[in-house]
Design a protein around this ligand. Structure first.
Ligand code: AMP
Length: 411
C-alpha cells in the first residue's frame, strides 16, 4: 500500500476560516503601511545561498542550522529565504534605489522557510509581513515603524503585546563591548553551558538568550552594551525613546535583547504576546546601518521589522469577518436567469452564491440557511425574494427589482 500523503512536517494548509483572517490582516497591513508611505514590494522566495551567509551572518542559528538549501541543475547553491531584510537590501543595491528620494519605504508579505523543530507557533514554512525604511538614519523612522507594528498587532486582535526595546550601538562599539564580554565569559567559563562555551568566541551575545541556569546567573552580572554606547548612538536611542514616549507607547528597555541575526546596529525591538507560550514573539526588528554596504552597495542606513502571521493569528481573539450573503435557489427553467442574476449581484458588490450541486428545492433552502444567507432569491419563471429572518417571500417583476430588494434586506 502506498504511504498516506500529508503536508510536509512543519507546514500547514490554510483552510478557509484561516484564509479569511489572513486576508483581513493583510488588508489592515496594506492600509496601515500604505498610510505611512510604505510601498508594496516583493523578492523571490529563493536566493543565492551566499546572500544569507553574508547578510544574516555566518555564525547565526539561521545560517548554521536552519536554511533549506539546495542545488539547482547548474550546480548553483540556492536557499529558500529564511528572512526578508537581506533580500530587500540586495534588491535596493541591484536596482540602484539609492538614486530614488530617500528613505525608500517598502513592505511585503509572503512565505519564509526555516528548518526548525516544529512546535506550537513554530513552523518550517511560515508567513511574514515585513516593513523596511532604507536610506535614512532618522530616529523617527525607528519610532514610526515600532508604532506601526504595535498598531498592526492591536488591530489584528493580537494585543496586548509587551514591547522590549534596546540599542546595539555601532559595529565598533559593539566589537569593543564583545571583547569585554568575551573576557568576562572566559573568567566564568566553568559555569557556562556547553553550547555557550562553544560559541563564546563567535557569538558571545547569545549567552544572554541561554536557558541554562548557570549561564543565566553569570549573565545577570555581565557588562551591558547599553552602558557602553558611544554618544551618537546613545543620543539616537534617546530620540527614539522620546518619540515613543510622546506617542504614549509603553515599552521596556531590555539590555539583554539580542536578536538572532547579525546585521543589527542601534535600535532593536520585539513585541511579545502575553497569550502565547514559548514562542511568544509576534514580531520584531531593528536598524541595520551597515548591511547594504556589506552587500556591495553604497553606505546606506536602514531599519525594519518582520512579524509572524501564524503567531498573530494564534494570539488573536478576533472573529473572522463574515459578509452578508445572498443565496440563489434555482428551478430548472430559471437556470440561465439565476446564472445572470448571480453575476449582476456580484457586480453590485454583493456576495451571491447560486445552487450548483443539484439539490431539491427543500435542500436548497436548507443550504441557504446553512451558509447564513440574509436573502434567498428563488428563480424559475419568475423571481421571488425570501427574507431569511422573517421567512416572508415576495415576487419581484425583474432582476433590477430583485437587486433593490436584496439591497434593502442587506441594509
Ligand atoms: P525573526 O526575524 O526571527 O525575529 O522573525 C520575525 C517574526 O517571524 C517572529 O517574531 C515570529 O513571529 C515569526 N517567526 C519566525 N520564525 C518562525 C517560525 N519558525 N514559525 C512561525 N513564525 C516564525
Amino acid at each position: 500500500m502506498s504511504r498516506k500523503l500529508q503536508a510536509p512536517r512543519g507546514t500547514l494548509d490554510v483552510q478557509p476560516a484561516d484564509g479569511r483572517r489572513r486576508l483581513q490582516i493583510q488588508r489592515i497591513a496594506a492600509e496601515l503601511l500604505g498610510r505611512g508611505g510604505y510601498e508594496p514590494f516583493d523578492t523571490p522566495v529563493f536566493e543565492d545561498t551566499d546572500l544569507f551567509a553574508r547578510g544574516v551572518g555566518a555564525s547565526t542559528d539561521i545560517v548554521q542550522k536552519e536554511m533549506f538549501t539546495f542545488e539547482d541543475k547548474a550546480g548553483r547553491s540556492l536557499t529558500l529565504r529564511p528572512e526578508a531584510t537581506a533580500a530587500i537590501c540586495r534588491a535596493y543595491v541591484e536596482h540602484g534605489m539609492h538614486k530614488l528620494p530617500q528613505p525608500v519605504k517598502l513592505w511585503s508579505w509572503g512565505p519564509f522557510f526555516r528548518h526548525e523543530a516544529p512546535q506550537a507557533g513554530r513552523f518550517r514554512q511560515f508567513t511574514q509581513v515585513d516593513a523596511e525604511a532604507l536610506g535614512s538614519d532618522d530616529p523617527s523612522l525607528d519610532a514610526e515603524l515600532i508604532l506601526l507594528l504595535g498598531e498592526l498587532i492591536e488591530r489584528a486582535g493580537a494585543g496586548p503585546a509587551r514591547l522590549r526595546l534596546s540599542s546595539l550601538g555601532t559595529p565598533e562599539t559593539r566589537a569593543a563591548y564583545l571583547d569585554e564580554l568575551r573576557a568576562y565569559l572566559r573568567e566564568h567559563e566553568g559555569e557556562l553551558s556547553e553550547d555557550v562555551r562553544d560559541r563564546l568566541e563567535a557569538n558571545p551575545l547569545r549567552a544572554f538568550d541561554a536557558d541554562h541556569a548557570g549561564t543565566q546567573v553569570v549573565m545577570a552580572g555581565a557588562p551591558r552594551l547599553l552602558d557602553r554606547l558611544d554618544p551618537a548612538d546613545a543620543e539616537h536611542f534617546a530620540e527614539v525613546r522620546a518619540l515613543l514616549d510622546a506617542a504614549e507607547l509603553a515599552y521596556e528597555v531590555d539590555s539583554t535583547l539580542v536578536r538572532g541575526l547579525d546585521y543589527y546596529t542601534r535600535t532593536v525591538f520585539e513585541f511579545e504576546s502575553e497569550r502565547l507560550g514559548a514562542q511568544a514573539a509576534l514580531g520584531g526588528g531593528g536598524r541595520y546601518d551597515r548591511l547594504i554596504e556589506e552587500l556591495g552597495g553604497p553606505p546606506t542606513p536602514g531599519v525594519g521589522w518582520a512579524a509572524g502571521i501564524e503567531r498573530i493569528l494564534l494570539a488573536s481573539q478576533a472573529e473572522p469577518e463574515s459578509d452578508s450573503r445572498v443565496y440563489i435557489a434555482v428551478l430548472a427553467e430559471g437556470r440561465k436567469d439565476a446564472f445572470l442574476l448571480a453575476r449582476l449581484l456580484r457586480e453590485q458588490g454583493i456576495r451571491a452564491e447560486m445552487e450548483q450541486a443539484g439539490r431539491s428545492m427543500k435542500g436548497q433552502l436548507k443550504q441557504a440557511d446553512r451558509i447564513g444567507a440574509r436573502a434567498t432569491l428563488i428563480v424559475g419563471d419568475q423571481i421571488e425574494v425570501k427574507d431569511m429572518d422573517s421567512g416572508e417571500q415576495q415576487p419581484v417583476s425583474d432582476a433590477g427589482e430583485a437587486v433593490s430588494r436584496v439591497r434593502e434586506l442587506l441594509g
